[in-house]
Design a protein around this ligand. Structure first.
Ligand SMILES: [Zn+2]
Length: 430
């Protein structure tokens, strides 16, 4: 039962969000200045702890402990150790719990900036141009985090607070394992609903489904030789290319119309295999001894990470039979995502609340977004049965060069979260 929000309270919350607009842009800029790539999330986590303290909450750290998570179906094999990179959570408790509890979740990690010299302004020096903030992580997903912070602060400014428990979770490794989200989900009581303000693809959008992903690493060791005896050697880089190419046939096969789940109908090429990294070779005049490639393999709804892992093992095994790989050593490892695909319940009340409030405050509508990438939303939906509203602002080039987010759009998302939270949790006077 949604408590109808008193029109006076509604007006007061929206006015407070408007009054906090500059504050939210400054808060976003502070977060974007934290270069929180894998292993370097500490400054962003500390900034989030300070943000929670400024709301009058007492943040605490939640460690990611592989030994405690390893038997969970949502666990992914880690890439690096977790020491010194603990997630941060904070919990608001009402004077009298009357409404339903809510978790506001966001990841602080960002993907690497790529070729920094190709950015118009440096990736970790936020710059506002034409109403958009540029910087790595501005869209994915620091703007969303700032939206929920601002929404909560606006309620306080309006003399109100949620009349239910509200969890805030700042997690690491959304971009490579999701283990930070899993650790926090398990460390906190199950909430009645979750909002994850992940960005939309160039427009304000609501995630209706997401693909799964497996990360695989293939290391080929060849036979070194001087280039003058090239035929005597086995070039590890060329061998790795043959293996990488074998995945292109698989990708084509997995995008065949017959395999596409209804939730992804109309999405052009939803299952993507990305050859993301390659390292290898020693010298331009030596036949390369060793080469390692890193692959990201997408998974259509209806398939599992376990099946995809078996497919990858089969493809690599077949490719190593290629005549040009004869004598090569091939090692296949799985580190990083082992993530199942997921369809979100878009009829859930938290989703309907988000859609309705968005329409009322912006006059537009949140676009349905079956995503060809993934979010932390799967943990709550697949393993906890908690309804998830994953929606967020218009962001462009989120894993590319000159990533940016629309500030008007962020403001609309903030207004939407504030009202959805007030209706879902109910409000009490501070
Ligand atoms: Zn994200």
């Amino acid at each position: 039962m949604t408590q109808p929000l008193d029109p006076g309270a509604r007006r007061a919350i929206l006015d407070a969000v408007d009054a906090l607009r500059d504050w939210s842009v400054e808060t976003l800029a502070r977060l974007v200045r934290c270069p929180s790539t894998l292993g370097h999330e500490q400054s962003a986590l500390e900034a989030m702890a300070r943000n929670y303290e400024a709301l009058g909450l007492s943040p605490r750290r939640v460690p990611t402990v592989p030994a405690e998570l390893a038997t969970h179906s949502g666990f992914s094999p880690p890439l690096i150790p977790y020491e010194g990179r603990d997630n941060v959570v904070a919990v608001h408790r009402p004077r009298e719990a009357r409404g339903r509890s809510l978790a506001l979740q966001g990841h602080v990690d960002v993907v690497p900036e790529g070729a920094a010299d190709m950015w118009e302004t440096p990736p970790y020096e936020p710059s506002v141009r034409d109403g958009r903030m540029y910087g790595r992580g501005a869209g994915d997903m620091k703007a969303g985090i700032v939206s929920y912070l601002t929404a909560f602060k606006a309620m306080q400014l309006a003399g109100l607070q949620p009349a239910a428990e509200v969890q805030m979770q700042s997690v690491i490794e959304e971009e490579c394992t999701g283990n930070g989200a899993l650790a926090c989900m398990l460390a906190l009581p199950k909430a009645d609903a979750v909002i994850i303000p992940e960005p939309g693809p160039g427009l304000d959008a609501l995630y209706t489904a997401e693909v799964g992903v497996v990360w695989a690493w293939v290391t080929v060791s060849g036979r070194p030789a001087h280039v003058r005896d090239m035929q005597a050697g086995l070039n590890a880089i060329e061998a790795a290319q043959i293996i990488g190419a074998a995945f292109k046939d698989y990708e084509r096969e997995m995008n065949d119309g017959s395999r596409i789940h209804p939730a992804f109908r109309g999405v052009n090429h939803p299952v993507n295999v990305n050859l993301g990294t390659i390292e290898g070779g020693e010298w331009n005049s030596s036949v390369a001894t060793r080469c390692r490639i890193g692959l990201r393999v997408g998974i259509m709804m209806g398939y599992t990470a376990a099946q995809t892992r078996a497919d990858i093992e089969r493809i690599v095994e077949q490719a190593r039979q290629h005549e040009r790989l004869r004598g090569a050593q091939v090692k296949l490892e799985f580190k990083g995502f082992m993530a199942d695909p997921c369809v979100f319940d878009t009829e859930a009340e938290i989703v309907r609340l988000a859609r309705r409030n968005y329409a009322e405050v912006t006059g537009g509508s949140l676009r349905d977004y079956p995503a060809t990438g993934l979010t932390d939303g799967r943990f709550f939906a697949l393993y906890q049965g908690t309804p998830v509203a994953c929606f967020g602002p218009d962001a462009v080039d989120i894993h590319g060069i000159d990533e940016n987010v629309g500030l008007d759009s962020m403001h609309g998302i903030t207004r939407t979260i504030a009202l959805a939270m007030a209706e879902w949790c109910g409000v009490e006077r501070v």
